[in-house]
Design a protein around this ligand. Structure first.
Ligand code: MN
Length: 204
């Protein structure tokens, strides 16, 4: 039996107190093409945005303390946090005081992403890309779209918008669209019947 990637997630939380999802099974391995991404807006000690990418049956997670940007010149520190269960992509609510990450969480954006990390003209598996310290992804969310790059540096991971037609140095998307997308997004995306999506929204 392989080690449980959600061990740290479980260990940090008291599921008799928090309403965050208790994962039922350890992550199942899935094809990461058209996998889920979610950005949760989390007011805890500080407002930050949690970026999560479905990788091998769990949500790889980064906390972005400085605001997300569509400007390719704005590099954002992305602090790697513990893997979360896939069910977490649908989580919104209040994490009670005294609990890990106490505060409020909304689903600021959700959608699918495509891994476009290339090596020698071929797409590298996303988990390999992350292990190597550089991943290029195409987001297809309600708010975020286009290419983003995640790169590991000495200071930690850096998230940056790639230069494409969806890059925008003038628009502050966080201010323009501050609200949750959960229900509008789920309706739209479920029409596409993307792999991985139905099971999450059916469990909401
Ligand atoms: Mn957080």
């Amino acid at each position: 039996m392989t080690s449980d990637p959600l061990k740290s997630y479980r260990a940090k939380r008291d599921f008799s107190i928090t309403s965050e999802p208790l994962p039922k099974v350890a992550g199942e391995i899935m094809d990461s093409k058209n996998a889920i991404f979610v950005v949760q807006k989390h007011y805890s000690r500080n407002l930050h945005y949690d970026l999560r990418l479905e990788v091998d049956g769990v949500l790889k997670s980064w906390a972005i303390p400085k605001r997300l940007s569509l400007d390719p010149k704005q590099k954002r520190l992305a602090i790697e946090t513990e893997d979360h269960p896939l069910e977490y992509a649908g989580f919104e609510g209040i994490i009670p005081e005294g609990q890990y990450g106490a505060g409020t969480v909304i689903v600021w954006d959700i959608g699918i992403y495509e891994n476009i990390t290339e090596k020698d003209g071929r797409i590298m598996h996303i988990s390999q890309a992350l292990e190597n310290g550089h991943a290029a992804i195409l987001l297809n969310g309600k708010k975020l779209s286009g290419g983003f790059a995640l790169t590991r540096t000495k200071r930690g991971w850096i998230l940056v918008k790639m230069k494409d037609e969806l890059a925008d140095s003038s628009k502050d998307i966080l201010k323009a669209q501050p609200e949750s997308v959960l229900f509008t997004a789920s309706k739209e995306i479920s029409k596409k019947k993307m792999k991985g999506f139905s099971k999450i929204f059916f469990t909401l």
